[in-house]
Design a binder for this molecule. Structure first.
Ligand code: DGL
Length: 300
């Protein structure tokens, strides 16, 4: 019979699950502090569109950004996998002392948001879908809304459910765009291939005569030039990040978590994949050098 560590040390064996729970409880016991950073995460560079909104609306806040580039794309993965990845990332974020978490990934919001809020009640967690749906419902005049997102987000029907809560008369035409994320992460934003793929994905939405289109994936605002060219100037393009960060700011004020000391904010980036690749593409998309990008190891 194999020897167990407790056999030789006389320390009672603690089951692994109990250890995980103990670490989790210890991390959660630390109360969010106003001078702590905000945590934002995504599978890759998509969450930078959310970060940009944070820089605009909350310029005094420090941010820890995590891109799970070793496992991008998230869009075709099961709910079970997405929940596991989100759990690992939130543990990492709590270890960094974040005071609020902004889920800069719609697929995570659609498949793991509720589970994460239940598992981590001590930290405020802000999502994209509710605010995005409200912004789109406000923008539409003909009650016809288009939605483009990953396969996971589309299949979850999370946007349809959120939109119906605001207005039962809204008709949604949704289409999954699985090639968009690999094209963006690969740096093909301005390529003719991307335009051609976008024409195919947007055809049913164009035919439905929507007057509003939701970017149901945080990567998609990078394709604004291509998408607005196809949809035309009459269609309002809604980026959920704008409304989501407005909401996060209000929550932060209400919880008295806003950073009150005026100073230059610090942005720290972590990746699970290649540091160099993220630094290059991220800097291009942000329009300025990212600065510090570090390797993250997520505990399983
Ligand atoms: N940007 C993310 C989203 O909003 C993830 C996309 C992906 O990795 O497929 O869904």
């Amino acid at each position: 019979m194999p020897l167990n560590i407790s056999d030789v040390t006389n320390i009672p064996a603690v089951p692994t699950q109990r250890i995980i729970t103990m670490v989790s409880e210890k991390l959660q016991a630390t109360k969010p502090q106003p001078n702590g950073p905000i945590g934002i995460y995504d599978s890759g560079v998509g969450g930078i569109t959310v970060l940009t909104e944070v820089m605009k609306q909350m310029p005094e806040e420090d941010v820890i950004y995590l891109a799970d580039t070793a496992r991008v794309p998230y869009g075709g993965r099961s709910a079970q996998e997405i929940i596991k990845f989100n759990r690992e990332i939130i543990h990492f974020m709590l270890g960094q002392g974040v005071k609020m978490i902004i889920v800069g990934c719609n697929t995570s919001c659609a498949l793991a948001y509720q589970a994460m809020r239940e598992e981590f009640p001590a930290v405020p967690i802000q999502g994209m879908i509710g605010p995005g749906a409200r912004a789109a419902a406000n923008a539409t005049k003909n009650n016809r809304i288009g939605l483009i997102a990953t396969v996971g987000t589309i299949e979850s029907k999370a946007y349809e459910i959120a939109l119906t809560k605001v207005n039962k008369n809204i008709a949604v035409t949704a289409n999954a765009c699985p090639l968009f994320v690999p094209l963006i992460e690969g740096g093909f934003i301005d390529a003719v291939e991307t335009l051609n793929v976008a024409k195919i994905y947007l055809k049913p939405i164009l035919e439905a005569e929507v007057d509003t289109l939701i970017y149901g994936c945080t990567h998609y605002p990078y394709l604004e030039k291509v998408i607005s060219k196809i949809m035309g100037p009459e269609v309002a393009l809604v980026d959920p990040a704008e409304e989501s960060i407005k909401h996060a700011k209000k929550a932060m004020d209400r919880l008295k978590l806003g950073n009150i000391k005026p100073r230059l904010p610090k942005y720290t980036y972590f990746v699970t994949g290649s540091v160099v690749q993220f630094q290059d593409l991220g800097s291009k998309l942000l329009g300025k050098p990212l600065g510090s990008v570090k390797q993250a190891t997520l505990s399983k």
